[in-house]
Design a binder for this molecule. Structure first.
Ligand code: MG
Length: 434
C-alpha cells in the first residue's frame, strides 16, 4: 500500500537532494583513458604557473587539491599525470548529466557544471522515496556516462550539500529530518559553507570546533563570533533549517575576458580577440535566453591601468554581429592610448529575457552553472596567474584528438589567449574546494 503523498508528512521527507559528480574532470579523463585508472591524475595547466582544476581520488590521497599550484602537486606526487582541460568535452557531458536529472525531477537548481540541487518531493509518486530517486539518478549517470556521482539528501539544501560531501566518492547519504542535528553534531564547523577560516578561528578561540559545540554556547557569544549569519548557522546546527531550492537571481551581466602573458602590441590582434569575445558573449546570451542593451569593453594596459567603455544599443540583441560592431568601435576609439594590452574583456550588461523561449529557465540554469565553472577557473587564474588554466579548445591539439599524457606536456605557445569569462556580477573569492 502506498501511503506517500500526504501533505502533512511530506514536510518531513528529506526531499532536497544535492547531486555532485565525483572529481568530475579527472573522472572523465580516466574514463576516456582507462590506462589512467588508479593513477594520481589531475586536470589543469601543465606550464610553470599551472594550477590543478580537478584531482582524481588517487591524487587526493596524496594531498592534492583543486586550485593548488601544479608545482606543489608535482612535489606531492612526482608521478603525477597532468591532463590539459577539454572544456567543450566536459560541457557536453555536463549537459548530459543535467538532462538525466531533468528526466526525473522537475525542480532543479544547477549550481555549477557538475552539481545541482533537486527538490524530489514532487517526483515521489512516480519514482519513489528520495533514496530510490537518488539511486536511480546515480545509476543512470553511471550507465549512460560511465561516471561516478554522489548524492546527499536532507530537509534542507545546506545539510544535503554537507551530506553529499560525506557520501563521496560514489556514495549516497540521506539524512532523515529527525536525525539532522545528530548527523551534524560531530562534524567540524568548517563543513558549513559560510564559516570561513576567520570565523573558524573565532570559534576555535571560544572552544568551538564541531557543530554540536556550536549549539552549546550562548547565542550572544555565537553572534559575536559569526555576526549576522549566527541565526542561520544555529538553525542549521539544531536541524531546524528548511531552506529549499531558491532559483538564483538571474545574472545581470555576463562576459568573457582574456589575459595575455605577453602584452599584445598589435592592434589587429586585439581587435581579432575582442571580436571573438563578442561572438562568445553573444553565444552565452543566446544559450541563456537573454538579450542585452549594453556592451562593455574592458582593457588593461601593461602598467595595470584599466579602462572600461560601454555602448548602449537602440534595441536589445543577442547577435554576435551587433556586439562585434560595438566593441570594435569602442576599441578603435581607445587603441591609440592603449599600446600594450595585457587584458581585454567584453561584457553584456542590462540583460533582459529574450521573448518566446519556452525552455528559457532550464537553459538559464544550465548556463549559470557553466558560468560557475568558468568563474571557478577565473578565481584560479586570479590567484595563480593568467597561464594557469587553459581551455582545451585553445590548445594546439584539437580538442577531440587523443590527448598527450604525462608530466612532460608542453605549455601552449606564448601569447595564446586564456579563456577567462567573468560570469555575472561582482566576482567573489570564496573557495568551495570541491
Ligand atoms: Mg563535483
Amino acid at each position: 500500500m502506498d501511503v506517500r503523498g500526504d501533505a502533512g508528512s511530506t514536510q518531513e521527507i528529506p526531499g532536497i537532494l544535492h547531486l555532485d559528480m565525483d572529481a568530475f574532470f579527472a573522472s572523465i579523463e580516466v574514463r576516456d583513458d582507462p590506462g589512467l585508472q588508479g593513477l594520481p591524475v589531475v586536470v589543469g595547466g601543465a606550464g610553470a604557473r599551472g594550477v590543478v582544476a580537478a584531482a582524481s581520488y588517487p591524487a587526493r590521497t596524496r594531498g592534492i587539491r583543486s586550485a593548488m599550484p601544479m608545482a606543489s602537486a608535482r612535489r606531492l606526487a612526482p608521478d603525477l599525470v597532468v591532463v590539459p582541460p577539454r572544456i567543450d568535452h566536459y560541457r557536453r557531458i555536463s549537459d548530459h548529466v543535467m538532462g538525466v536529472l531533468g528526466d526525473v525531477v522537475a525542480d532543479i537548481e544547477q549550481i555549477s557544471v557538475d552539481e545541482a540541487f533537486l527538490d524530489v518531493r514532487g517526483a515521489r509518486r512516480l519514482f519513489g522515496t528520495p533514496e530510490q530517486i537518488a539511486d536511480l539518478l546515480r545509476r543512470r549517470i553511471r550507465e549512460e556516462l560511465g561516471l561516478p556521482s554522489s548524492v546527499g539528501g536532507s530537509v534542507s539544501r545546506a545539510v544535503a550539500k554537507i551530506a553529499s560531501a560525506r557520501a563521496k566518492p560514489d556514495g549516497m547519504l540521506i539524512v532523515p529530518a529527525a536525525g539532522t542535528a545528530e548527523f551534524l553534531a560531530p562534524l567540524p564547523v568548517s563543513v558549513v559553507s559560510g564559516i570561513g577560516p576567520k570565523a573558524q578561528e573565532a570559534l576555535a578561540r571560544i572552544g568551538v570546533r564541531t557543530i554540536g559545540q556550536l549549539r552549546e554556547i550562548p547565542r550572544s557569544t555565537l553572534t559575536r563570533a559569526l555576526g549576522p549569519r549566527a541565526p542561520e548557522v544555529l538553525a542549521l546546527a539544531d536541524g531546524s533549517d528548511r531552506t529549499g531550492l531558491g532559483h538564483r537571481a538571474r545574472d545581470k551581466s555576463l562576459g568573457t575576458e582574456r589575459t595575455w602573458d605577453e602584452d599584445l602590441t598589435d592592434p589587429t590582434a586585439v581587435r581579432r580577440s575582442i571580436t571573438q569575445m563578442a561572438d562568445d558573449v553573444a553565444r552565452q546570451l543566446r544559450r541563456g535566453g537573454f538579450v542585452t542593451r549594453t556592451v562593455v569593453l574592458k582593457l588593461r594596459a601593461s602598467d595595470g591601468t584599466t579602462i572600461t567603455r560601454s555602448s548602449t544599443l537602440d534595441h536589445p540583441t543577442s547577435s554576435g554581429e551587433r556586439l562585434r560592431e560595438q566593441v570594435v568601435a569602442l576599441w578603435e576609439r581607445e587603441r591609440s592610448a592603449m599600446r600594450r594590452v595585457r587584458l581585454a574583456g567584453v561584457r553584456a550588461s542590462n540583460l533582459e529575457p529574450a521573448a518566446g523561449t519556452p525552455v528559457q529557465s532550464e537553459l538559464n540554469a544550465r548556463s549559470a552553472g557553466w558560468q560557475d565553472l568558468e568563474a571557478a577557473m577565473d578565481r584560479a587564474l586570479d590567484r595563480f596567474g593568467s597561464r594557469s588554466l587553459e581551455r582545451g579548445s585553445t590548445l594546439p591539439a584539437a580538442a577531440d584528438a587523443p590527448q598527450r599524457r604525462g608530466s612532460e606536456l608542453p605549455s601552449s605557445p606564448a601569447g595564446e589567449a586564456t579563456g577567462q569569462p567573468t560570469g555575472g556580477g561582482p566576482r567573489t573569492r570564496d573557495h568551495d574546494g570541491r
